[in-house]
Design a protein around this ligand. Structure first.
Ligand code: SAH
Length: 345
């Protein structure tokens, strides 16, 4: 079977060309057509014929197929369901802000973390996505925008907050980041890429060496180990206390901070005591807290607190001088909000 062209980062592509006695300067032309201009059909100019023939004979240029697209009437979020070659499906969400978009990418089919509050986890892990399937979500979403919302095909932020635990599929996610970062292609800056993790320590330990500069979001959800065990089962293996020690060692640039995500669940982790303990463990760190009101899904065991409770929780955090944002819920009318992605529905 042919390997996907979209599994190659820039230096892989140069190596492939060189090893086959072709001119490796074609790599920048190819990246330019495929990732910057995104007109792969046009990718025949400025490239030697022998390189083109070689690539067409040896590589697959197909992208994940769009199965369905749901557009939110409320806020113009777009949720894509992609069909992969083996029939599995994954979801991707475009989140608009002023005619520009953030893209929320999936990194696995399903997820092994089995967090009690997350719809995706209910499917279990089916398999890891390949780099081409991750990069393919981005390219297809961009092409959809160019066709359906011309002039708005600007995806400026990439967040790995869709289905899956990105650090559990580190190699493929890392290579996808390298492709997004490449100046020959999409040229997305380090600071515009965020990877969210449930606290998978083996991946966090690779961070500084392998993906330095990329933003980290940690799904914290409770400052108490017992409660966190209930929400995020891998906390039993990698307790919060140890996770925070590893996170603290990740070097940050001047303007950078770590985002701590905190889902607010009614009568579970929304009390002033929860907020105080959270404030205590994060005070003094380069932290930014994202409060996420729990999003319900079919048969969900939890509920979202009322607005007063959410604001009271934030007020406690304010006393610790930690910048805190209450995340607005985008796309919930098409089940595209956090934790609502489950390709079976
Ligand atoms: N596995 C990664 C990334 C996927 S989830 C992680 O755990 O971080 C991205 C964010 O959505 C996480 O903070 C996650 O905890 C949150 N989330 C999951 N289910 C949710 C729900 N039902 N309501 C609100 N946020 C949810």
């Amino acid at each position: 079977m042919k390997q996907s062209f979209y599994n190659l980062n820039f230096s892989d592509l140069e190596t492939v060309l060189r090893q086959n006695d072709l001119n490796d300067s074609a790599a920048s032309v190819l990246f330019n057509w495929h990732y910057k201009k995104k007109e792969k059909a046009q990718c025949t100019t400025n490239i030697a014929k022998d390189s083109l023939v070689f690539l067409q004979d040896n590589f697959d240029f197909s992208l994940p197929e769009i199965d369905t697209v749901q557009e939110s009437n409320k806020d113009r979020s777009v949720k894509f369901l992609f069909r992969l070659k083996d029939g599995h499906k994954v979801e991707t969400v475009l989140i608009p802000f002023h005619k520009k978009y953030s893209i929320c990418l999936s990194s696995q089919v399903g997820c092994a973390m089995n967090c009690s509050f997350c719809f995706t986890g209910k499917q279990g892990l089916k398999r890891n996505l390949t780099t081409s399937e991750i990069v393919g979500q981005f390219l297809q979403a961009w092409l959809w925008l160019a066709k359906n919302r011309p002039g708005e095909e600007r995806i400026l932020n990439v967040v790995f907050m869709g289905q899956g635990e990105p650090l559990h599929n580190f190699d493929a996610v890392k290579k996808a980041c390298e492709i997004f970062l490449s100046q020959h292609g999409t040229s997305i800056g380090f600071q515009k890429i965020t990877i969210s993790t449930a606290g998978y320590i083996p991946g966090l330990k690779r961070w500084s060496q392998e993906i330095p500069g990329v933003n980290l979001a940690l799904s914290l959800h409770s400052p108490f180990e017992e409660k966190r065990n209930e929400l995020i089962p891998i906390n039993k293996k990698y307790p919060l206390d140890e996770v925070l020690k590893v996170v603290d060692q990740i070097p940050l640039s001047k303007k950078q901070f770590i985002t701590y995500e905190y889902i607010l669940i009614k009568h579970f982790n929304d009390s002033p005591d929860d907020a105080k303990k959270l404030g205590t463990i994060l005070a003094g760190k380069r932290a930014y807290i994202n409060l996420i009101p729990f999003n319900t899904f079919p048969e969900s065991p939890y509920q979202c607190p009322d607005l007063d409770t959410i604001e009271r929780f934030k007020a406690v955090l304010d006393t610790y001088k930690i910048p805190t944002l209450i995340r607005g819920t985008k796309g919930d009318d098409v089940l595209a909000a956090c934790g609502q992605l489950n390709s079976k529905y």
